[in-house]
Design a protein around this ligand. Structure first.
Ligand code: SF4
Length: 555
């Protein structure tokens, strides 16, 4: 099976020591990316670790496809114990980091320990250097990029950086790369903050060689370059009005499921603000959205659809420039726009302030610096909803993505059981339900297809290929590229999901955590069917025998 090449680099910031480990056994069983990182995290983070303790570890990893020139592969994975969900979590970012990362010669970089001083870590193919950067305390992401550029001629595409939110342990702080691309969900930026790691740079010319089928590579590249897919003009916002028409655009903190001003914040409104094309490394699809508003002097990238929801409809905001501004604030402070937008929306619900854009922007800033009410909101909705006296719209502590499960019941089932909580990228039942491939009503009989989706997406995040390749990258091409039949690939995906679940079980998570804050038809029966088809126990736990027959992390 095709898999990533390169050693594991371990960086202990407590004593500034480094070591390398041959993980060929892990890579050959888990491909790379999320798969390899999940196996390592499962075996090396203590089950009782404090997410903000030195014992937590952050894994930055690439897959084999990052060592090729194929479109849809400008992605990177990050894995660790989440301070938001308290479980094992992987998150994924685009941009240009991936080629610089593999150029350093590693497949996975592991960061552990806790530094006394704020650090920049420089990883190259010649070694690791530590730089004390106390002068960059509370610096924004672009300020760090600027400093690294001046001092070391590093660009944003070399860097993974946290903003003030990460340093201030905002539970949904995210590491940023290329200034505007986020390892969005789950708060791993706060984990780096707890380790006193402000930025990590990667560069070098020592990418291990990975050969892939040239026909598949060029077919995908051609498709990406020539398709007239609407996403190439409007990115993920292209579906906003359609999603609204399907009553799956949560509005005013989930009190409604469609927004009367959707046209003011949807795909056309975003496209009007777009001023050039943009992509991730080697991707001809180029679906990114650099936008600007001359009047306000605002330049940003996005908003993507999820931000249109979280800071638009869910906050009752009907001006795309206001959403752009929220997006930009989250980027510079280093915060997940979905969790941050939902936390702000919860506050607006509690204080009857929907539609107040000035208040929204003020709250975002206060969250990043944990000032006043921002300190409570920085804990996320799960930990602040009681004080706000609003309903807890989270699963496993993770704030909901759009694509409302009350309209798309299979997606609702997915939100309930996903190890990562209420996130839309763990499975995309939503696509099948929007397309009418399966009826959105009811959960009965959907567990099997949900499992296939979850397993597939775990492979996608291990390969790593982009979620937006879905219409172009066929099963047959995947079999050729990964040199394995599709069922074997799904089996690898299943092992990744099981390791995540097993880790979470050891931290006390079980069926009681597979809960969503609304009723759906046959939900309990469907969750039980999901466990049964996965071969898990009735209480949502993984039998020990399922996780004991794979290579150890040191193989
Ligand atoms: S499809 Fe879009 S998000 Fe995916 S790699 Fe290409 S440019 Fe990046």
């Amino acid at each position: 099976m095709l898999h990533a090449r390169g050693v594991l680099l371990t960086i202990d910031v407590s004593d500034r020591s480094t070591s390398t480990t041959n993980i060929e056994g892990v890579l050959s069983q888990f491909i790379g990316g999320r798969g390899a990182a999940t196996k390592l995290a499962h075996d090396r983070i203590p089950f009782d670790a404090d997410p903000f303790g030195p014992e937590n570890r952050v894994y930055i990893s690439a897959g084999p496809l990052q060592q090729t020139q194929m479109s849809f592969t400008g992605r990177m994975n990050m894995t660790g114990l989440s301070p938001l969900t308290d479980g094992l979590l992987s998150t994924n970012a685009g941009g240009y980091l991936s080629r610089n990362f593999v150029g350093s010669g590693h497949s996975v970089v592991e960061i552990t320990g806790q530094s006394d001083e704020l650090l920049a870590i420089h990883v190259t193919d010649e070694g690791v250097e530590f730089e004390e950067v106390s002068d960059l305390a509370q610096a924004t992401v672009p300020e760090v990029t600027d400093a690294m550029n001046k001092r070391h001629e590093l660009e944003s595409e070399n860097l993974v950086t946290i903003g003030p939110a990460g340093e201030n342990l905002v539970r949904f702080a995210c590491p940023m790369t290329y200034d505007s691309r986020a390892f969005g969900r789950g708060g791993l930026g706060a984990v780096l903050g707890s380790k006193n790691v402000k930025t990590v740079s990667f560069r070098g010319d020592s990418e291990p060689s990975v050969e892939i089928d040239e026909d598949v590579q060029s077919e995908l590249h051609r498709e990406a370059a020539t398709t007239d897919d609407m996403m190439k003009r409007q990115g993920t916002t292209s579906g906003t009005e359609f999603i609204n028409d399907n009553f799956s655009l949560p509005t005013r903190y989930f009190s409604e499921q469609s927004f009367e001003h959707v046209e003011a914040i949807g795909g056309d409104a975003v496209e009007e603000k777009k001023y050039k094309k943009a992509a991730c490394s080697v991707c001809a699809f180029a679906c990114k959205l650099p936008t600007k508003d001359e009047e306000r002097g605002l330049v940003t990238e996005g908003p993507e659809f999820e931000t249109v929801f979280s800071f638009g409809s869910n906050c009752g905001i009907d001006d795309v420039v206001d959403v752009m501004q929220s997006n930009e604030l989250c980027d510079i402070y280093g915060m997940d726009t979905i969790s941050c937008g939902n936390s702000v929306a919860a506050y607006l619900a509690a204080h009857d302030e929907f539609g107040n854009a000035e208040r929204v922007h003020e709250l975002v800033e206060k969250i990043a610096y944990r000032e006043d009410e921002g300190d409570m909101l920085a804990e996320g909705v799960n930990r602040s909803h009681d004080e706000l006296d609003v309903k807890n719209f989270t699963v496993k502590g993770m704030e909901f993505a759009a694509h409302d499960g009350r309209a798309l019941h299979g997606q609702g089932l997915s939100y309930a059981v996903a190890n990562r909580g209420a996130d839309h990228m763990y499975s995309t039942m939503l696509s099948l339900e929007y397309d009418g491939k399966i009826n959105p009503d009811g959960t009965a009989g959907k567990a099997e297809v949900l499992i296939e989706q979850e397993n597939h997406h775990a492979i996608r995040d291990s390969g790593i290929f982009c979620a937006f390749s879905g219409d172009y990258f066929t099963e047959e091409q995947k079999e050729i590229l990964f040199e394995a039949d599709y069922e074997s690939l799904l089996e690898v995906g299943s092992r990744i999901i099981e390791l995540e679940r097993h880790f979470n079980n050891q931290r006390g998570m079980d069926a009681e955590d597979d809960r969503i804050p609304y009723d759906l038809p046959d939900l309990e029966e469907s969750i039980q069917e999901y466990y049964e088809l996965r071969g898990w126990n009735d209480d949502g736990t993984v039998p020990e025998s399922d996780v004991s027959d794979v290579a150890t992390a040191n193989d």
